[in-house]
Design a protein around this ligand. Sequence first.
Ligand code: SF4
Length: 223
Amino acid sequence: MQTGVNKSNLSTSPAARAETVLHRLRRRYPRVRSQLTWNSPWELLVSTILAAQCTDTRVNAVTPRFFSRWPTIADLAQAEQSEVEEIIRSTGLYRNKTKNLIQSARKLVENYDAQVPSTMQDLLTLPGVARKTANIVLSHGFGRHEGIAVDTHVKRVSYRLGLTRSKDPGKIEHDLMPLFPRPAWGEINHLLVWFGREVCQARSPKCSQCILTDICPREGVVG
Ligand code: SF4
């Protein structure tokens, strides 16, 4: 645990703490963006589905071949399960991911004119798409902020910083939304993910190098 840090800011409200978090993380990561490579909402949707329990680097290694083989949603709707499985195998969970991708493509062709819809309600009708994925596609693909994507990093960092008392992603999102300005909902996801990867890591948080030590109730505590 770092010593000599002024902990008087710990008594501030979650809203005040959230303001400090946003301000400091923006300074630390001024050009924050997704590490996934994509060029359209469809590519973002596919990459986000593939990124479940997989690194962004691994996904980026797979998607060029994927989009070269199936350039459009309509192409993927007609793909063979076995061929898709072979191409995405290294991302893990490949049987489920393949099923969800092909079924999503078919649904998009049948119901959405082979376009990715831009509402939460419509996105949630796609197989394999829950709120986290839908929030990422809406925020980063369409610039629409209907919620905050809560992944493993957002979940852990929010909890440690006392922005939520829950470990349930749905409740965490509900707690975070009023704490951050709506236009920043996509950005705060990126900021917490980057910060969680680099500093507030799961097993060994780098508290001695952390710019949020003075406001963190769980400095030096893993969990
Ligand atoms: Fe995470 Fe430690 Fe920083 Fe708290 S002080 S946010 S636990 S790295």
